[in-house]
Design a protein around this ligand. Structure first.
Ligand code: GCO
Length: 477
């Protein structure tokens, strides 16, 4: 590997999400979200961890923005907690909630960091869930109202608006497997949640542009799954997974249609009658960038006798064992364990998957700029006696993936930037505080922040916009 210079104007950032870092769950009028509820369900989250305090970012914005400035970030991707703005998901906005994000945005701008705001990173107001949540079409309209409130409040101070983060997780972990909030297992009916999230994306994008004008920079972030198959027979299984995992969002958003084959192969699960005339036109809005979150790859084969993993062990497809499968209608498809190395999530490290994904998107949508909105890794960090965190496995992971982004750019993909997940250690959903993704360590007893070696390394990458060869850590070699 030689050193690699990234294109002029390439955006270097880091990402977080409201419920994962803010804490202050009951302060300043914030209403409960589905994660406040779900995290209190016995057994739903490891050790019953909640986001009540999290990284206490709500009270530490100046300190955290100072750290971002120290890292030299061009941009910061955060999410807005809908229940801080509308505690029950509708009605007038809470001034204190608006002020919090307004102050954050001003602090960022003062530090010369571009604010990238995600409107929905999974903390749905509980009151809306009580009315059916994403299974209820009304939620999409409420979301558009909220989007308009935020566009009015933060207006052109925000550099990029992202409607949804990973709607795959919201729909299939939230309403199919039940592994995430609200923890429901609705079977085929959960495809309604998929459609209502797609609709919410389109309505919110239009609402933001209704306030700020047609040129307002709007995006969406998808976790597109890179799935591999070894034989032509298994390629059919992969294609089915691609449709239910990726196409079910990508095609309506980018092309204004659902794949015919998907509708046919899921017709025993739902009649899709929740798709109304005009919805697909609403959903297909032009995007400033298509946000891509990438972590690892999967491998499938057409199985006959699919063995379920032991309860408590991570399944090969990443969902926790003992839960319903998120892969609707794919019970005959077997997930194979990918070759290592693995991160602390048990996810395989496969940077080439990132190159493959970016090039595939570029081929399909040659005029669509792309943005890596998340990439990073959890490892079991150790604080050395000198107080430092020598997270060389994270540096190796990040370097390998930046190299993979670079290869995609070389081959023609229009990738505009990279957001490292995550700025700081945070609440990793059903894993609570047990998994650390940050380049900044958070001591959960004192809430003290410490830059890990990966943060020092990233600062140099950002400063020079250049990736230098990295000695690959033995665990990732
Ligand atoms: C995601 C997320 C993050 C996760 C990260 C690691 O899944 O969108 O945006 O919230 O923490 O992906 O699992």
């Amino acid at each position: 590997m030689v050193s690699r210079v990234f294109p002029e104007g390439f955006v270097w950032g880091a990402a977080t999400a409201s419920y994962q870092i803010e804490g202050a769950a009951a302060e300043d009028g914030r209403g409960p979200s589905i994660w406040d509820t779900f995290s209190r369900v016995p057994g739903a989250v490891l050790d019953g961890h909640t986001g009540d305090v999290a990284a206490d970012h709500y009270h530490r914005v100046p300190e955290d923005v100072a750290l971002m400035r120290e890292l030299g970030l061009d941009a910061y991707r955060f999410s807005i907690a809908w229940p801080r703005i509308q505690p029950t998901g509708s009605g007038p906005a809470v001034r204190a909630g608006l002020d919090f994000y307004s102050r954050l945005v001003d602090e960022l701008l003062a530090a010369d960091i571009a604010p990238v705001a995600t409107l929905y990173h999974w903390d749905l107001p509980q009151a809306l869930e009580d009315e059916g949540g994403w299974m209820n079409r009304e939620t999409a309209y409420r979301f558009a109202d909220y989007a308009a409130i935020m566009a009015t409040e933060l207006g052109d101070r925000v550099a990029m608006w992202t409607t949804l983060n990973e709607p795959w997780c919201s729909a299939f972990l939230g309403y199919t497997s039940g592994g995430h909030a609200p923890g429901r297992t609705e079977g085929g009916a959960s495809l309604a949640a998929v459609h209502h999230l797609n609709l919410a994306h389109g309505l919110a994008a239009r609402a933001v542009r209704g306030v700020l004008g047609e040129e307002a920079p709007v995006s969406v972030t998808l976790n597109l799954h890179v799935t591999r198959a070894d034989t032509p027979a298994d390629a059919a299984a992969k294609a089915r997974i691609d449709r239910i995992a990726n196409e079910v969002f990508l095609q309506p958003m980018m092309e204004g249609s659902y794949p015919e084959q998907l509708l046919a192969e899921t017709s025993h699960l739902t009649d899709w009658s929740f798709v109304r005339d005009g919805d697909l036109e609403t959903i297909a809005v032009p995007l400033e960038v298509l946000g891509v979150n990438y972590y690892s790859t999967g491998r499938v084969r057409t199985g006959t006798d699919v063995a379920l993993p032991e309860p408590g062990t991570p399944a090969a497809d990443g969902h926790r064992a003992g839960q319903a499968s998120p892969w609707l209608g794919c019970d005959d498809i077997e997930w194979l364990k990918q070759p290592g190395p693995y991160t602390a999530m048990g996810w395989n490290v496969d940077p080439q998957g990132m190159t493959d994904l970016l090039l595939e998107l570029h081929e399909r949508y040659p005029h669509q700029p792309l943005m890596i909105t998340e990439n990073g890794a959890a490892f079991d960090d150790v604080v050395a006696p000198d107080g430092r965190i020598h997270d060389e496995d994270r540096v190796a992971y990040l370097a390998g993936h930046l190299e993979a982004v670079g290869r995609a750019i070389d081959a023609g993909a229009d990738v505009r930037g990279y957001f490292l997940w995550s700025l700081m250690d945070n609440y990793e959903w059903a894993y609570g505080y047990h998994k650390r993704f940050g380049m900044i360590r958070v001591d959960y007893d004192t809430l003290e922040r410490t830059l890990k070696d990966s943060a020092h390394w990233y600062r140099e990458v950002v400063r020079t916009s250049t990736l230098q060869p990295v000695e690959i850590a033995p665990r990732l070699g």
